[in-house]
Design a protein around this ligand. Structure first.
Ligand SMILES: [Zn+2]
Length: 167
């Protein structure tokens, strides 16, 4: 799907899905202090012997039938995560509080550290990702709660094509 850009009069592609293959924060730590990070399994990191870092998906409703999704990374307290894992039943799934581990660039540039609920959906298989629900008051929370209009969606797209903060 494309839209006519009012800034440059060209057509741009609308990206409904964004995926951070690797965590930016984790990348920085591994680069300079890799002893702080242990990869327990693929996409499952133990950091500073205190938190678990895993991928999860944030979903936002749009005015069209397509969901706007951002696959990013969340941190969860290790003790709480272990306790949850002990009682975990895949048929039921589970929810736990965590935090966004990275900023959701380029859309929500100060989202790192935002409190959220991380939900492991029932009957998941290995490649399924947990779902994120934002807790802290923010534009991101409002967008997720209310869904985004087409105007708002294009506003987000303009951050890709005409980002004032881009170098
Ligand atoms: Zn443009």
């Amino acid at each position: 799907m494309k839209y006519n850009c009012e800034i440059c009069n060209k057509q741009h592609v609308i990206y409904f899905g964004m995926k951070a293959e690797a965590s930016q924060t984790l990348g920085e730590i591994i680069k300079y202090e890799d002893t702080r990070v242990e990869e327990l399994e693929k996409d499952y990191f133990f950091v500073d012997k205190s938190i678990v870092v895993i991928p999860a998906i944030l979903e936002i409703q749009t005015e069209s039938d397509i969901l706007f999704t951002y696959e990013t990374w969340v941190e969860i307290n290790w003790d709480k995560f272990s306790r949850m894992a002990d009682d975990f039943k895949n048929s039921k799934g589970s929810k736990i509080q965590g935090k966004l581990y990275d900023d959701l660039v380029p859309y929500y540039t100060e989202s790192k550290g935002t409190n959220c609920i991380v939900e492991f959906l029932p009957n998941s298989i290995d490649k399924d990702r947990a779902r994120i629900t934002i807790l802290d008051d923010s534009q991101l929370k409002l967008d997720q709660k209310n869904g985004i209009s087409e105007v708002r969606l294009l506003e987000l797209m303009n951050l890709i094509y005409h980002n004032p903060n881009a170098k």
